[in-house]
Design a binder for this molecule. Structure first.
Ligand SMILES: C[S@@+](CC[C@H](N)C(=O)[O-])C[C@H]1O[C@@H](n2cnc3c(N)ncnc32)[C@H](O)[C@@H]1O
Length: 232
């Protein structure tokens, strides 16, 4: 099985408990980070936003709550079961323009310059070829379009770093493993955070993909980052 197929089946497996664990393991802070990321995208009334690696649609839910029917929302994820949970979630909003489709972040099923804003929550670290994914995002964004990415981050402060490493390395795989029944998946999540580039290096990757105004904005004692960039 390729690494991509392995990741896809892993996310399919953990999908039933994924949202609960996300909230629990981040102490609900992920919602705060997501709301801040959405605020950075500017006014999206009448515009089109893409949530890449959308999972069950947490970012889409926040965008929908903010703009109701005044926005076109597209979610792309390669794990079918994650999307199924998202579709159930948005069934009660039939007047909304929400499309959830199965697809790979490296081949985004959208035309060039068709998207006004892109969000990614806890997704880009799962993609091996990050430069290629960033170039794909750049391709689909219109000029002036914005990108906001939320990712956990290992704090530089030694005390917070030790606590964070204990929590991410020990507590999270244990709790995640018990609740989801898939210890390996939560161990993988820890390993993928540890392997993620330093914030400065990731900002450099965004610039190399052609983005302007790229920056990393620390959240909650630098335990997470919002990566922001614009297409010039
Ligand atoms: C940790 S989950 C995050 C889900 C959601 N974005 C959130 O904020 O809760 C990562 C998601 O990325 C998706 N994913 C990983 N690699 C992908 C790729 N190459 N293309 C599309 N989706 C991908 C997985 O299927 C999974 O749903």
């Amino acid at each position: 099985m390729t690494e991509t197929a392995h990741n896809r089946t892993m996310f399919d497996r953990i999908s039933p408990r994924y949202d609960l664990l996300n909230r629990l393991l981040s102490f609900g802070l992920d919602l705060r980070w997501r709301n801040r990321a959405v605020a950075m995208l500017g006014d999206l009334h009448g515009k089109t936003a893409l949530d890449l690696c959308c999972g069950s649609g947490d970012f889409i839910a926040i965008l929908f709550k903010k703009y109701r029917a005044n926005i076109n929302l597209i979610g792309v994820d390669f794990a079918r079961r994650m999307l199924d949970i998202g579709r159930l979630r948005f069934m009660a909003a039939p007047h909304a323009s929400i499309i959830l489709c199965q697809g790979d972040a490296l081949f985004i099923p959208c035309g060039d310059r068709t998207i006004d804003a892109v969000t990614i929550g806890f997704g880009i670290r799962n993609i091996d070829d990050k430069p290629a994914a960033l170039k794909e995002i750049h391709r689909v964004l219109r000029a002036g379009g914005r990108l906001a990415i939320v990712e956990p981050s290992i704090p530089k402060n030694p005390l917070w770093r030790t606590l964070f490493s204990f929590y991410f390395g020990r507590v999270m795989p244990f709790v995640g493993g018990v609740i989801s029944g898939d210890h390996g998946a939560y161990q993988y999540l820890h390993d993928s955070v540890a392997a993620f580039p330093d914030p400065d290096d990731f900002v450099a990757l965004m610039r190399s993909a052609g983005f302007a105004n790229a920056s990393a904005i620390p959240q909650t004692l630098s335990t997470a980052m919002i990566y922001f960039a614009e297409k010039a």
